[in-house]
Design a binder for this molecule. Structure first.
Ligand code: NAD
Length: 357
């Protein structure tokens, strides 16, 4: 009989520096990694921050490449790889959310150049060896230890400009990693602890962040939760919720964090009767014995998050196609995934109904 103490756990090498002013440590981190010419990557909207970063590291900055895009389209990947070669970069500093970090990972995948990450959202890519690449609307992902950042600097001050709406959806995106880690086929007691603490930190920090985005204490607690939840994502295999969001993002180009936020209560409702250990941990983390699906739905709604996939741009007619994509490859999930069940889940998420347990 399998007991909760039958597990395999592979620790990932993580170097994390957290705290206000952590960015000031970047030059030291670059030196410690033995890098001399790094390419600074960001999305177009964060060019100014990338310039500040380049200023802080002086001659160690070989280039600023402000062309990261969500889901790493192949053209964007090829351009960054070409540029890294052209400027003889020996590493990348990715400043931003999962889009900037994802681009750094793709350069690492091709040339083995180490990535140092300076995350400015809560999405967690900096903690995982998972890369993604999108071609003709189809997103491929894979795991490779070379893409795991060698060092991560979490500075809560850098998240202050993140708009409230994005802070909330990005935070719920992080919670989703922990939720699925709790029922993952490769869950372990260490990851369970990180998941529960990560959800607790985010669920208590996000209302404070939404009330005052300049509250550095709240920003720090949210970032701490994001780190833990990201580590859960890196250490375990994700199930129904992430498969659905992957299908919705790849096929319909829906916004990443907002899609996670809408889908999570429904994926929780679908699975929670089959995942009592996860429900108990989430009850403790969310501070209520009420069912976690409804608690997360209420929390996100109270903080102004979108409630329906319809408002994110999905048409009702798209439901059948997403069911088809989500069923195309089997994966572990606490409850059997059926076309009928997925259709009901997606209809509720599309229309903005409360989650149906
Ligand atoms: P993002 O990186 O796309 O950022 C969203 C927007 O917010 C961008 O326009 C960006 O410029 C802006 N932004 C970021 N930080 C900001 C700040 N502090 N202030 C103001 N604006 C800011 O969003 P994301 O949700 O972090 O990342 C999504 C991408 O990351 C997706 O492609 C997703 O698949 C990928 N991802 C990958 C992993 C992984 O493990 N490989 C994990 C999570 C997400």
């Amino acid at each position: 009989m399998k007991t909760p103490l039958d597990f395999a756990y592979q620790a990932l090498p993580m170097r994390v520096v957290m705290g206000t002013g952590a960015l000031d440590r970047l030059a030291d981190e670059i030196d410690q990694a033995g890098l001399k010419r790094v390419m600074v990557l960001c999305t177009p909207g964060q060019r100014e921050l990338a310039e500040t970063v380049a200023g802080l590291i002086g001659s160690r900055a070989a280039d600023i490449h402000p062309h990261a895009r969500m889901h790493v389209p192949t053209e964007s990947a090829a351009e960054a790889q070409r540029r890294a070669k052209e400027v003889s970069a020996d590493g990348c500093v990715a400043v931003g959310g999962g889009s900037a970090i994802g681009l750094g990972k793709i350069v690492a995948l091709k040339y083995g150049l180490p990535v140092i990450a300076v995350p400015t959202t809560y999405s967690g890519s900096e903690m995982t060896p998972v890369w993604g690449l999108t071609e003709n609307g189809v997103k491929r992902t894979g795991r490779d230890p070379r893409v795991l950042p060698v060092s991560v600097l979490y500075d809560p001050a850098l998240t202050v400009p993140l708009p409230t709406a994005v802070s909330v959806t990005s935070g719920v995106n992080a919670i989703a990693h922990a939720v699925e880690a709790l029922w993952a086929p490769d869950a372990s007691p260490v990851i369970d602890l990180m998941a529960e603490e990560g959800v607790r930190a985010l669920a208590t920090a996000l209302p404070d962040v939404a009330a005052d985005g300049t509250d550095l204490d709240a920003r720090a607690r949210a970032q701490y939760g994001a780190w833990l939840c990201g580590a859960c994502l890196g250490a375990t295999t994700m199930s129904l919720h992430h498969k659905l969001c992957h299908a919705l993002g790849g096929s319909l180009d829906l916004p990443h964090a907002a899609t996670h936020t809408v889908v999570l209560p429904h994926a929780l409702a679908y699975n929670q009767d089959a995942a009592p250990k996860a429900v108990a941990a989430l009850g403790r983390a969310l501070g209520t014995p009420a069912d976690p699906a409804t608690t997360v739905w209420n929390l996100a709604g109270r903080l102004g998050a979108p409630r329906s996939l319809g408002e994110l741009g999905m048409a009702e007619d798209d439901i059948d196609e997403i069911v088809r994509v989500a069923l195309a490859n089997p994966y572990a999930n606490p409850r059997e995934v059926t076309a009928e069940g997925l259709g009901q889940l997606l209809y509720a998420a599309w229309s903005g109904q409360p989650p149906i347990s």
